[in-house]
Design a protein around this ligand. Structure first.
Ligand code: HEC
Ligand code: HEC
Ligand code: HEC
Length: 413
């Protein structure tokens, strides 16, 4: 092998490649639309910048921030007047990586720019190149409703000093290439900590309690550190990969509500190699203990098609839910309706359970949308829905439901 020069054939090839590149201009600097699309999926831009069921990227989705008010996602389609069509690439990069839009508009961290700072400038330009290809929309989202002093965007200058963007950082040579790729995906575009890490007093992400779980948008984003009892230390690599890539893992239930969106808009587009890299990194995090562990499951006899009828919750479950989930929870027709072993059946006093029964959940899968209908505002009262939740908790797990906790969960964010 020649180390110091090119062998003759490769020299010729290089020359040829050089000429063909010259003929189309500086190809290396041109952003890649294809890479931009993949990164935009990995970064889940669409889920936040789209009202559920609305025009993609046209904005308007509301983000309630407890104690502060409501922030609305802007229109980021290429429309020149209502979207970001007039922005330069550099303005776009600054907005996405540093949280500063043109006109010194400091963004709130409801937009996860501190995580996106871990993407390179070129990668963010690729995202821009792809976003420029989506249909423009003239939608004008509602302005933010924030209480004073949070309404002053300049406050974010101070916030950024305390909690602000990290930047792309070198790979850790002590760790494998997979681990480094996983860290990049989880901490960067995936911004998993934005939901799964508790926040500090100044609303920064807690590094000490990273991935220990917290409540966001009225739902518990569970502890996903490798702690055996309160995290996901007991999940096999295969189960975690299956959950992240499809939204369901047998014995762990189905990703619902906000996590179903993360899977639907983002993770299910990732390559198996990238999913595996995330699994490697997640399983190597510092274990954290927390109080959102699942209660031990009760084993309903498989195929048992009888349900206790003693309580109102039991009767309502039989008439409202068992048609899809079956009395033993194993799910009729769709494996996605198999809820056995799901943490959502018991954790955090039934918080997510109540919210999911109220609002339903949609998960996009390779075989189409899996839809759990929402029951709030229908024929059943909130009291009925809480009774169903209490029944689910005691029928499928050993949890002890509390009326106060179910009521608090029902109130939402
Ligand atoms: C977790 C939800 C969320 C995700 C994910 C998200 N955004 Fe945002 N984004 C927001 C919100 C909310 C705002 C408005 C913040 C504010 O008003 O300060 C925003 C603001 C922006 C802005 C500034 C627009 C303007 O008019 O000033 C741009 C550009 C942007 N996002 C692009 C992106 C891109 C590109 C991605 C994916 C790489 C992305 N966002 C992912 C929620 C999100
Ligand atoms: C928008 C908030 C949000 C983001 C972002 C988010 N998650 Fe989640 N995650 C949740 C919620 C809420 C749940 C609980 C879902 C349920 O009840 O079915 C959850 C559940 C999970 C679970 C299942 C835990 C268990 O014990 O059942 C895993 C694993 C997980 N998330 C991993 C991730 C990873 C990895 C990322 C980043 C790529 C991520 N999440 C990003 C909100 C989020
Ligand atoms: C039309 C069929 C259908 C009906 C009726 C239905 N579900 Fe579901 N349910 C699903 C499907 C499909 C999923 C998986 C989709 C998702 O979670 O996004 C699901 C998900 C769930 C989950 C989340 C599972 C997890 O692992 O996080 C719970 C809890 C649940 N259902 C409980 C109920 C209860 C209680 C009722 C009755 C009030 C009910 N469902 C009625 C189809 C149904």
């Amino acid at each position: 092998m020649m180390r110091h020069g090119l062998s003759r054939p490769s020299f010729l090839l290089a020359l040829l490649a050089g000429t063909s590149l010259m003929s189309v201009g500086p190809a290396q600097a041109a952003p890649s639309v294809e890479r931009g699309e993949y990164l935009a999926r990995a970064a889940d831009c669409e889920a936040c910048h789209t009202v559920p069921g609305g025009v993609p990227f046209a904005g308007g989705r509301a983000f309630p921030v407890p104690g502060m008010g409501v922030i609305y996602a802007p229109n980021i389609t290429p429309d020149p007047d209502h979207g970001i069509g007039k922005w330069t690439d550099d303005e776009f990069v600054r907005s996405v990586r540093e949280g500063v839009s043109p006109g010194w508009k400091h963004l709130y961290p409801a937009m996860p720019y501190p995580a996106y700072a871990r993407m390179s400038v070129d990668e963010v330009k690729d995202i821009r190149a792809w976003l420029a290809t989506v249909p423009p929309s003239a939608n004008t989202p509602s302005p933010n409703h924030l209480k004073f002093p949070f309404s002053i965007r300049a406050m974010m200058v101070g916030w950024n000093l305390l909690n602000g963007p990290a930047s792309s950082y070198p790979d850790d040579p002590q760790k494998s290439a997979e681990w480094n790729r996983g860290r990049y995906l989880v901490e960067g575009p995936g911004h998993c900590a934005d939901c799964h890490s508790p926040r500090t007093l100044t609303y920064g992400l807690s590094a000490d309690r990273a991935f220990a779980g917290t409540v966001v948008n009225g739902l518990r984003a569970y502890n996903i550190s490798p702690d055996k009892s309160s995290g996901i230390g007991g999940w096999s690599d295969e189960a975690l990969a299956q959950y992240l890539s499809t939204g369901h893992a047998d014995g762990h239930g189905t990703a619902s509500a906000d996590m179903a969106e993360v899977i639907s808009f983002s993770l299910h587009y990732l390559t198996p190699a990238d999913i595996h890299a995330m699994v490697v990194y997640l399983h190597d995090l510092k274990p954290q203990s927390s109080d959102d562990a699942a209660s031990p499951p009760r084993k309903p006899a498989a195929g048992d098609d009888t349900l206790p009828q003693a309580t109102k919750g039991a009767r309502l479950f039989a008439s409202t839910c068992a048609g899809c989930h079956l009395p033993d929870g194993s799910g009729r027709q769709s494996p996605f309706a198999n809820i056995i072993g799901s943490r959502t059946l018991s954790a955090d006093g039934g918080r997510n359970l109540v919210r999911i029964i109220m609002n339903g959940s949609t998960l996009t899968t390779a075989s189409g949308n899996q839809i759990m209908p929402g029951f709030a505002g229908g024929n059943l009262s909130q009291r009925d829905l809480n009774d169903i939740a209490a029944f689910v908790m005691t029928h499928f797990t050993e949890a002890t439901p509390s009326e106060d906790k179910l009521n608090a969960a029902a109130k939402g964010p």
